[in-house]
Design a protein around this ligand. Structure first.
Ligand code: BGC
Length: 755
């Protein structure tokens, strides 16, 4: 590796500033005289969008494998598969001289309306972080960098360039940051991309707390922070805020502004040097990657199919699937001929080849006759004649397969969905077909959850096919005909209706702000707390076989420092081989601050032959039990009981066991003048110094308010949430010292006490 400090010492101020601003849409500034090459970056995240003309931002790209988008790959719950997808993406990047892939995106699916949800993994931060780390490790294992995006709190498309996300510290730490944190700690992405939006009043591109304090200092991020394309408003403020590289370039004025800021002393040169160092490290890292001009298109297509097939989720099945031998199958729906396999925007790939779902069915259908009608128009329009045509065709068939895809006008990068419905025409088509055809299967293609309440009872089976990438057509056919036993599980809750969703009343904000008012209660954390019925819970998905969970093994006691290993046996009780995504949730039986009733803290995908049993082991660590305390500004654990829940989904807990944790953390004393009686009694130091006085106060009040003098109160309940100072002020006349002095004396004792 080049001596980076040596290079920096030879760089002019102009060269340093230039290196911190892209020179083209996808390239960094090369400094030939010092042997500093450029690097080339490309979107991401589920394939390579390497534009043919490198001076263009949005232009046709070179053919690359379009792997399933994140909603689909996440639904596999299979980290090995996602790692392999990463390796394949890296091979394609290398073939196209791409040094850094712009992905993965780990923003949380706060609302199913999010226009880019198809690019994100989940509503759950733990799952998102694990999957992202696998993808990053897969890509980077081949010497290609990644860009973990969009940091942070970028959960909607509405006003995405400017909206101010107002989110409290605990919610930020527990929901919106952990996926980034895990990916950084477990995989060290070469780059992290800051989001467009503001968080609590500051643009992410200038957010020192997010970029420097948390990302670089606290989490130990070693790579460079790059802006989302066009996210920089003030290059000097963003440099001071921790943004190393601005993209895209050229931005001559920004380079000059940096030079000027250093000359005037507005920005210390050391800050610029640090960014330069981070950028150079990545540039030279990229030079170590071996060249290779080609990749195995067929093998990657097959891998894309394998992932798609494992990401498909069987939502409903009355036994009609897998398909048996039939004489005639009616295939209804234009998406059977025009695959809806990816979303619009920066992630749009030019595929190397494309499975046509109908042709894939044809290949596997043997002697069965296949009929086809388009069923619905390309756009969101209503055409009764198309429905009538479909009805006339399905009547005579043995089975109807309805391929329903959301029109692109309903979901894409750049705009959010307005509702969670299929089009009015599509819903009418489902009703009409199901009315005349008793064997109806719906195959859905959408990037995110759909509401189905109005039609689901009328059909026999539903497959959630997502945007499954270029090989999705074959994957659907494999699942329909039973060549693949479905094992995908949804990583986002499917609500009954839009108004049930947690962010509903806060979405998408207005007047430049969006309030994260539902706090940590996102996705299943909300539905479980409020006991709101859902269509399909987080983690849910059916199989052609069945699994039994037994023999949960959880140590009776542990310390937060050691963590623990929990186990459960899983048996395939059906007739066909299958895979099961086993989920482990943690329930805190009692906590000082309210917590969601269960949170995913571990999972494993196991493959089982019929009759086979495997023991699944999951490690749980400090963070599996901790919550973020907004007063201590840190993760805290509390002594007490936890339930370890082994689930087939968030709502289908098959086994559980209780364990007791001993917390080993030492927290500073937070008692102050305003602390309440309860806070004094619950604080380990406060309890020691205050208990005797409390007993005295309590019995005095009992005497005062008991008997004839009763004013109808329960003394303990009345005073428990009163500040001690207020209580004493009530009684000042009976005290020998001013109330303030008494409290200050106790505070001094408590703060000086060792625990
Ligand atoms: C998107 C990023 C993308 C970048 C470059 C932006 O508009 O938000 O996800 O990587 O463009 O195409």
């Amino acid at each position: 590796m080049e001596n980076i400090q040596n290079i920096i010492s030879q760089m002019t101020l102009e060269e340093k500033a230039s290196l911190c601003v892209g020179v083209g849409p996808w390239t960094t500034y090369p400094i030939e005289r010092l042997g500093v090459p450029r690097i080339f970056v490309s979107d991401g995240p589920h394939g390579i969008r390497r534009v043919i003309d490198e001076n263009q931002i949005a232009q046709k790209s070179l053919p690359a494998t379009c792997f399933p988008t994140a909603s689909c790959s996440a639904s596999t719950w299979n980290t090995d598969l996602i790692y392999r997808m990463g390796e394949a993406i890296a091979e394609e990047a290398i073939a196209y001289d791409v040094d850094v892939v712009l992905g993965p995106g780990v923003n949380i699916k706060r609302s199913p309306l999010g226009g880019r949800n198809f690019e994100y993994f989940s509503e759950d931060p733990y799952l998102s972080g694990e999957l992202a780390a696998s993808l990053i490790n897969g890509i980077q294992s081949k010497g290609v960098g990644t860009s973990l995006k969009h940091y942070a709190v970028n959960n909607q498309e509405y006003q995405r360039f400017s909206i101010n996300a107002e989110v409290d510290e605990r919610t930020l730490r527990e929901i919106y940051l952990p996926a980034f944190e895990a990916a950084v700690k477990k995989a060290q992405p070469w780059t992290v991309m800051c989001a467009y939006n503001k968080v609590n009043g500051t643009y992410c591109s200038e957010h020192h707390e997010l970029l420097v304090d948390i990302l670089k200092n606290e989490w130990g991020f070693e790579g460079l922070v790059v802006s989302d394309w066009g996210a920089v408003h003030d290059r000097v403020e963003s440099m001071k805020g921790g943004l190393d590289l601005e993209m895209p370039g050229p931005q001559e004025r920004h380079v000059k502004a940096l030079v000027q800021a250093v000359r005037s002393g507005d920005c210390e040169e050391e800050i610029l040097d640090k960014s330069v160092e981070r950028i150079l490290k990545i540039i030279f890292k990229a030079q170590q990657t071996d060249d290779n001009d080609s990749f195995d298109k067929e093998a990657h297509h097959d891998l894309a199919r394998e992932i798609a097939a494992e990401g498909i989720v069987l939502l409903k099945n009355d036994g009609i699937l897998p398909l048996k031998t039939h004489e005639q199958i009616a295939v209804i729906g234009r998406s059977a001929k025009e695959a809806y396999y990816q979303g619009g925007g920066s992630s749009h790939i030019n595929p190397t080849q494309l499975d046509i779902p109908f042709n894939e069915l044809r290949e596997r259908a043997g002697d069965t006759e296949l009929l086809f009608v388009e069923g619905y128009p390309k756009q969101d329009e209503y055409k009764q004649e198309m429905i009538d045509e479909a009805v006339s065709v399905v009547k005579s068939a043995d089975v109807a397969l309805l391929y329903i895809a959301l029109p692109t006008s309903k979901e894409s990068e750049g705009y959010d969905r307005k509702d969670l419905d299929l089009t009015e025409h599509q819903v009418a088509l489902i009703h009409a077909v199901a009315e005349v055809q008793p064997n109806t299967v719906v195959i859905l293609n959408s990037g995110s959850a759909i509401v189905m309440q109005s039609w689901i009872d009328e059909v026999n089976a539903v497959l959630q096919g997502w945007m499954m990438g270029q090989a999705g057509g074959g994957a659907i056919a494999d699942v329909l005909f039973g060549k693949v036993n479905p094992s995908g599980k949804i990583t986002e809750t499917f609500p009954v209706e839009l108004s049930d969703t947690p962010a509903y009343i806060n979405w998408p904000g207005g007047a430049g702000e969006v309030h994260y008012g539902e706090r940590m209660y996102v996705g299943y954390r909300y539905y479980e707390t409020k006991q709101v019925p859902v269509m399909f819970p987080f983690g849910y998905g059916l199989s052609y076989t069945a699994f039994e969970y037994s023999n949960p093994q959880v140590p009776k006691a542990f310390t937060d420092k050691e963590g623990l290993i929990v186990q459960v046996d899983v048996t395939n009780t059906g007739d066909v081989p299958g895979k099961e995504a086993v989920q482990v949730y943690v329930h805190d039986c009692e906590s000082a601050l309210a917590r969601p009733p269960k949170e995913l803290k571990g999972f494993a995908k196991v493959e089982l032959e019929p009759g086979q049993t495997k023991t699944v082991s999951i490690s749980l660590d400090f963070r599996s039990f901790a919550y973020y305390h907004p007063q201590y500004h840190t993760w805290v654990t509390e002594d007490g009981d936890f339930d370890i829940l082994f689930g087939a989904s968030s709502a289908d807990i098959r086994q559980s066991a209780r364990t007791t944790m001993k917390s080993t953390i030492e927290l500073p004393c937070m008692l102050c003048r305003e602390s309440t009686i309860k806070e004094w009694l619950e604080d380990p130091r406060g309890a020691v110094v205050f208990q005797p006085m409390y007993d005295e106060i309590h019995s005095g009040l009992e005497k005062m308010f008991g008997g004839d003098e009763s004013i109808g109160i329960e003394v303990s309940d009345m005073i428990v949430d009163m500040p001690l100072i207020s209580l004493l002020l009530f009684q000042q006349s009976a005290l020998t010292m001013p109330a303030e002095d008494i409290v200050d004396g106790l505070l001094q004792q408590a703060h000086n006490m060792e625990v």
